[in-house]
Design a protein around this ligand. Structure first.
Ligand code: NDP
Length: 333
């Protein structure tokens, strides 16, 4: 298939590129600058431009940002929309997080409907943030759950703003398909905290993606006095997330569905204890006593839909943490 992948410079998108190429698809990714596009192409030296190329989309928060990018010859058959800000450096929650998430999502859908009628499936990277009810956890989370966050709560803290950005964007996507009845259908991938090897271009570990930052901090000795408290208690490997995107694009039965993709429970203490066991050279950068317990009333999770429809077999946390640390050492930790 010929596929448009938005946010090509991202941590998850880089793995999507790898899986898409491995599955024989032709990929055009969007980036904000030529510099980023060229660096990604350099990572795939030897891949012909008919298989991998890029287009510039400077700011997904602008109306019409994707109108040119979706037009292609030969035309696109599918779109993976991963681009969305994931960070907590927020001065204006609306401008920094909510607008790019929501306008970016509705923008790609409008552009596909208008200018790319050959696209049959759009896969959107949503999040567990669009599922979780932080103040009222159900016994078991699944695709049936929605974050009840309101606009008033969204602008209270950066973490609320991020969770709301993913919730409002995903809701807007389902509403668009419901109302507009476009030529394509939709699938969403809803991962919790994503760990895994860094294969995207990084100038330095200071620019690490948000979800791998705690692992970087642990090996740099920034958690020596105390392991930071965990927030989400669920994780997934980036390679499993990328495969889920591609399978959701390829599998007819995935249309019209959300996919809650998770490898299971975790805590920062469990991650730190894996680092200490796998990399004894970092033991003195971590506290002597690490609490690896999970809360007694921890919520459960049901990831069966992703296993049954997409065929995902989740990696183990030990393998993911080991591979993540190795990749960070290669960048220069
Ligand atoms: P990254 O920060 O590595 O990637 C984000 C991507 O979005 C980058 O390519 C970035 O471009 C692009 N982007 C952000 N804002 C804009 C904008 N205004 N205009 C154009 N491009 C923009 O994060 P991840 O790879 O982790 O995240 C990818 C997706 O996965 C996001 O939708 C995120 O919400 C979702 N997600 C991530 C999880 C995780 O734990 N990592 C968990 C659940 C969901 P640039 O590089 O130029 O800034």
């Amino acid at each position: 298939m010929k596929v448009l992948l938005t946010g090509g410079s991202g941590f998850i998108a880089a793995h999507c590129v790898d899986v898409l190429l491995k599955h024989g698809h032709d990929v055009v990714f969007t980036v904000r600058s030529d510099d980023k596009g060229q660096k990604i192409l350099k990572n795939h030296a030897g891949t012909p431009s008919s298989k991998l190329s890029y287009v510039i989309v400077k700011d997904i928060a602008q109306e019409g940002a994707f109108d040119d990018a979706v037009r292609s010859d030969p035309p696109f058959e599918a779109v993976l929309h991963t681009a969305s800000p994931f960070h907590f450096n927020v001065t204006d929650p609306k401008k920094d997080l909510l607008d790019p998430a929501v306008i970016g999502t509705t923008g790609i859908l409008k552009a596909v409907k208008k200018f790319a009628p050959t696209v049959k499936r759009v896969v959107i990277t949503s999040s567990f943030a669009a599922i979780i009810s932080p103040n009222n956890h159900p016994k078991v989370y699944s695709e049936a759950n929605w974050n009840p966050i309101t606009w008033e709560e969204a602008i209270q803290t950066p973490s609320n703003a991020y969770r709301a950005s993913k919730t409002f964007a995903e809701k807007a996507a389902w509403e668009f398909v419901e109302k507009e009845k476009p030529n394509f259908d939709l699938a969403t991938i809803n991962p919790p905290l994503v760990f895994g090897p860094v294969v995207h271009y990084l100038n330095s570990l200071d620019a690490i993606n948000t979800s791998n930052a705690t692992i970087r901090d642990m090996i740099e000795g920034k958690c020596k006095d105390a392991i930071p408290p965990s927030t989400g208690f669920l994780w997934v490997d980036v390679r499993d997330v990328a495969l889920a995107h591609v399978k959701a694009m390829e599998t007819s039965a995935a249309g019209g569905k959300r996919f809650f993709v998770t490898g299971g429970h975790m805590s920062n203490g469990i991650v730190a204890s894996i680092i200490r066991k796998e990399f004894p050279e970092f033991a003195d950068r971590l506290p002597a006593d690490i609490d690896t317990s999970l809360p007694a009333d921890i919520f459960g999770y049901d990831n069966s839909r992703s296993k049954e429809i997409l065929g995902i077999e989740y990696r183990k946390l030990e393998d993911t943490v080991r591979d993540t640390v190795k990749s960070l050492l290669a960048v220069g930790a």
